[in-house]
Design a binder for this molecule. Sequence first.
Ligand SMILES: [Zn+2]
Length: 83
Amino acid sequence: MDFRAMIASLPCLTLILVTLGYLTACVVAPFGRCRTCHATGRARSRLARARRDCRRCAGTGLRLRVGRHVINHLHDEYDASKR
Ligand SMILES: [Zn+2]
């Protein structure tokens, strides 16, 4: 492999490494911080000034990562195919 081919393959290699890193993060830590309530679990209602439980995370302050949704879906499809 010459130097130019190695340089040309760097973006693909970087993309693969970033994807594998994100999937590893989804397996190790499936929950991320809720962006709506900034992980407080409380969100301000639009009409009143009162703070209520965040509807997106149900007051937990955590949300399931998108990659974990994909992993769970693939796992459910795999289980369904075995039946
Ligand atoms: Zn929230």
